[in-house]
Design a protein around this ligand. Sequence first.
Ligand code: ZN
Ligand code: FE
Length: 540
Amino acid sequence: MAEKRDLVRELLDRHCLITPESYEILEDLDADVVDIDKLAEALKDEIVVSPEKLREALASFEELLSEGNLEVEESRELEERKPAPKISSPEPELVTPKEEVKLTPSVKKQKTEFKPIGKQIKTKMKVIHESSGQTTVDGSIGDFKQYFNSRYNQLFAILRGRGDVSGSIGIKDLEKAKLETNEKITITGIVTSKRTLKSGGILLEIEDPTGRLTAAIPAKMQELLVKAGALLEDQIAGFFGRLYEGRFILDDFVFPDIPIVMNKKTIDEPISVCMTSDLHIGSKEFLEDSFNDLLDFLNGRVDDPYQQTLASQVKYLIINGDLVEGIGIYPKQEDDLLITDIYDQYTKADQLLSKVPEWIHIIITSGNHDACRLALPQPAISKEYAPALWKRSNVTFLSNPTTVDLHKKTFLIYHGNSFEDVASLTPGLSMNDPNGPMLHTLRYRHLAPTFGRRTSIVPSIKDELVIEKVPNVYHTGHIHINSHTQYRGVDCINSGTFQAQTEYMSSKNIVPTPGRVPILNLHTNKLHELVFFDDSEIKK
Ligand code: ZN
Ligand code: FE
């Protein structure tokens, strides 16, 4: 093992930058067999040693391979890796280089020069959707009507894109349609109420812009009853069924959902995006030491060559809400504050983020602890509260939610304010697993489907919470628990926190996973998770 690491280090010393994939190939090679000088010579004009270039260079070692100096198994593996697949495996690899990242001052000495790839590649960020400029409304009845019409029209357009819903008819037209008894029909509508009958069946009130009707799921339709658990009030869906004695009997329903896109886009540049959220700077529980370890990592101050290659590729850092702890967020919060002034909290945030290398672009979105309107969509944190951070040329403040393209990869960045509602109203979901609410909101194509619960929503002219563009990456926070799943080709990543468990969380039985930072490579679609905090430290 040590020898293989040496092989990588030798190359780094010769100023070759190695991508993690190339690193893996190198790891499978034997340092005794490979002529480092020859390899370095073959790669000397490469700024970045991509797997393709490395394979080319290694082809010159073919004689060695055929002479049988390498283990048979190793050479076969090398063979298998040769075709350089453009589409990466659907399940990204999770690597947790736990021990390596836990830094102590003695190992922070860099043995090799840090050559960040991110420095050589221009920032390519395009904001697709941003809500900070939204005009505020007074919340009159008319505003709500307009808001729900907008929600309906947007989601109806998405539903209509599904072949199975395209032939739906308006509720008002049902009377005129002179339907036969039991004739199958499709309608699209919003669920305005849902109640369970004594028999176990469910009654739904469904509305569309033309009218309303009552739909029933009979008690005997067990499977559909279970499925209807995920059907929440204010949600829009396509309903299939038949009219029977003036009542709409449901056979099935579909959510707008997202199409299945499994062939994932990759980009040419070997860069990656580092995702975090919920730093809660100003809280007594903010893990400043662990966060400083992340800052060290971003600056390449890591001893392990593999981690150094990971660090060298970071081009973006997304901080998905709750940058600071805020003030007056919950009763008696003063007791939990280390910094009691909101301006000072953002000043502290600036001091920390000033240590992020200037070639890394930082995207900061708002969360429920930040100094801005709580109702969704939350505007960007204003200049007034974070003047120093606003001045930084590598910092962009955006609303919650927001959609940005980073080198043509679409990121939906949403703090997750509605996840408590979604988790508590949907059977089978829990606040300890962010994957559930993430997946459901994608299926609903709406970030906060229910209105009037704990999540407050501004009844804007256009419903900004509809997921119009299907992202490549759906990044959330708020729950303070790291998670990753894939849904129909979308990487769903909850980026955890840098706040240790608070009393409030322990009272709710929420066990956070602080100090874990996912890094997604946009070239390979591989996800790594770096561990900057070991919770056994806290239990001691
Ligand atoms: Zn938070
Ligand atoms: Fe939050």
